[in-house]
Design a protein. Structure first.
Length: 79
């Protein structure tokens, strides 16, 4: 029996429960990614954020500060 047949055999309450579990799993995965990557955190907090190459570079430097690879950091951006 394949997955589609199993899902088709579920009643409405079981299907609702399965969908809730799937959604909770997706949220947990997203939360875990956001805790380990600054850019993933930004994507979770600001879904419409359009990032450029400079954002990725800054995020990497922020992660290096957190991990202790960099002790001091100054970022200057032109207006």
């Amino acid at each position: 029996m394949n997955l589609e047949e199993l899902i088709a055999g579920l009643d409405e309450s079981e299907l609702d429960n399965l969908m809730a579990q799937i959604e909770e799993t997706k949220k947990a995965e997203q939360r875990e990614k956001a805790q380990s990557s600054f850019m993933e955190y930004v994507k979770v907090m600001w879904p419409g954020f359009v990032h450029g190459r400079h954002h990725a570079l800054m995020a990497k430097k922020f992660e290096d500060v957190v991990s202790g690879k960099i002790k001091r950091l100054i970022i200057n951006l032109p207006p």
